[in-house]
Write a protein that binds this ligand. Sequence first.
Ligand code: UD1
Ligand code: CA
Length: 423
Amino acid sequence: MVKSIILAAGKGTRMKSETPKVLHTIFDKTLVGYIIDAVNDTGIADENIVIVGHQAERVEEYINQNYSNAKCVQQSPQLGTGHAASMALPCLKDFDGEVIILNGDIPLITSETLKDFVEFHRANKSDLTVLSALFDNPATYGRIIRNADGSLNSIVEEKDATAEQKAVKEINAGIYCLNWSKIKSAFGALKSSNAQGEYYLTDIVKWGNEQKLSVNAFILKNNEEIFGINSKSNLAEAARLMNDRTIKKHLDNGVMIIDPLTTWISPETEIEADTVIYPSCYINGKNKIGRNCKIGPFAHLRGDVILEDNVKIGNFVEVKKTTIKSHTNACHLTYLGDSEIGSNVNIGAGTITANYNPLTKVKSKTIIKDNVKIGSNSVLVAPVTIEEGANVGAVGVITKNIPAWALAITRAPLRVLENWVKK
Ligand code: UD1
Ligand code: CA
């Protein structure tokens, strides 16, 4: 199995944030989380070593809580990417397989590309493979320097490059695949005699060539995948790119999305064909949406939402941690949280599941069985169960379970005082 080293010790100064760069999120998932998931989703990797430095404790706590096959190693002080990767040496002392090294701030990288990359590495019997990309404007990336015969020579950083080297359009994407036992000695040989006074990971390419090892570059097909996050503006752009990718996937699968420009769908949301998403919806977290559903306009799904077929979630409806069975409607102005809702249920406008007790901080469940009708402006105070077929009259404040087929009414009788205003 392959192992990964994720470089995430950098400060991320340009984020202008108290939060470490790699803990910034897109659709509530952290940047480093996207990288670990991409590595894990290749199915060929079994361990991730995350190099942490800036606010190491916070990153480490997050990793330990969320990823059982990832661990952190501290790098302090931060002396460059080569120094960062070398921090993993003690963890991989006796390891004799392939290691992928990648930056922690490229959330758009896909597991398909990582798999193709490792397959290329294996097919070419490579000892060291670099992921490269072609850019018309190579900006500040390290340049890929090739020999006259096209073979890989070295990587030169922008700050160390000659004018001729700066003109090269093939760049180093910052992702490497190493036959660990052959390349690991390179780290001891790195020098910091360069423009930035850092130990450059990129110098392992030159070292590999000096050792007459097989060193190759694999050219990335879609440059978007290595879009790096250095600022909040980059973060917003990456979120937009990720959303575009997700929306295209759903459109291709037969989901109808009326306005891709105002629709946000997290990458972990599954939607079946013929469901219609109306404009201005925000769908976050992990969700499963069935066939022929209608969502929005202006709906907010907050994650852990499961909708069976033919469910309607209308305007200004917020749904969280809730399962809704088929042919149920919640068409207007509603909050449904921590709930289980049956089929053929009608949730009247303005219905609220009061799932949270702010005094005890406990969240409780609302269970609504099949064929229930909830009248408008009702509050269902959880924990509460509305049994099959029961009706709740408008403005119901439901604080105890309602038996099957009953009518529950809580409102005061209407009084009309004739001529009261004139008197
Ligand atoms: C690096 C490459 C460059 C490549 C680019 C791709 C080197 C010397 N250069 O440049 O060729 O085109 O990535 O994005 O490797 N980090 C640490 N510890 C350190 C320094 C960096 O963990 O001491 C981490 C950072 O958090 C970041 C990653 O390594 O995630 C890359 O570091 P960065 O300084 O951004 O590298 P670049 O200068 O962009
Ligand atoms: Ca740098």
